[in-house]
Ligand binder design. Structure first.
Ligand SMILES: [Zn+2]
Length: 257
């Protein structure tokens, strides 16, 4: 988001340099730059906060403009840090993904969620027991995979999709998911939606229990996952003549209206 914001600031600077685009640009030229321009105007204490930020980017923008980047996305692409893609990216980002669910799942994949085990390592808390089962330390792998609540939800989700859930390590589980959930089939779409929703709802449930003293049962959570999948796919066009799709729509209660 920070880089994306910066890309739009650079785009704004391009408009200022072109001397066109809005009344604001005309106002800048007449009342802020006066006989100077974007490159030569000084930053004064009276300069607005917004203008200061744009002026402080002059050096960087000067180099970037020589690359010819013209749109927000091309600017973003030239200033962002490029890292190799990860095999599990398509489990999170796919057509019809739910951004806030994918974001929490991304944080789980990257080990960025402040689980109790992480907070204990940082010396923030002493008790690291899982708030869902009170039996094991609350690590990422436990909370989202091995905790009886998580395992029960996974079993139900797999069963609804005609699959069998096998408990294994987080790495093996996600490797299998990457291999099996490729493509655009309804099964793949449902399972990706369910995966992201499950992680989001478990994290939400953990926070509700910790900070609000409220709790839902496994059945409540399963119903919530089923509702998300059902409402998200309701009315979409699938080949319901295929037996696999017909069964999926029945089990997940996905109607075509
Ligand atoms: Zn647990």
């Amino acid at each position: 988001m920070k880089i994306w914001n910066k890309a739009y600031m650079i785009l704004l600077i391009k408009k200022v340099l072109a001397g066109q685009g809005s009344l604001w640009v005309a106002w800048l030229n007449s009342y802020v730059f006066k006989d100077k321009n974007f490159w030569s105007v000084e930053i004064k204490p009276s300069t607005s906060w917004c203008m200061k930020r744009l002026l402080k980017m002059r050096m960087e923008v000067h180099q970037l403009l020589s690359t010819g980047a013209a749109t927000a996305s091309s600017i973003w692409d030239s200033i962002r840090e490029k890292r190799p893609t990860v095999p599990w990216q398509k489990l999170l980002w796919y057509p019809m993904h739910i951004p806030k669910y994918s974001l929490i799942t991304l944080m789980a994949f990257l080990h960025r969620l402040p689980t109790k085990v992480r907070l204990q390592r940082m010396g923030v808390i002493i008790d690291s027991h899982c708030v869902l089962c009170s039996a094991e330390p609350e690590s990422r792998d436990h909370l989202f995979l091995f905790c009886p609540t998580a395992a029960s939800l996974w079993e139900s989700i797999f069963s609804l999709s005609g699959l069998i859930f096998c408990a294994c390590s987080w790495g093996d589980f996600m490797t299998q998911a990457c291999i099996n959930l490729k493509g655009k089939s309804l099964l793949s779409l449902i399972m990706k939606l369910a995966l992201n929703t499950l992680v989001y709802l478990l994290w939400e449930e953990r926070n509700k229990r910790l900070f609000q003293g409220r709790s839902r049962t496994v059945e409540d959570l399963l119903k919530a996952i089923k509702d998300v999948v059902r409402l998200h796919l309701k009315g979409r066009t699938f080949n319901r003549l295929l037996t696999v799709n017909f069964n999926l729509c029945n089990h997940w209660n996905i109607t075509d209206l």
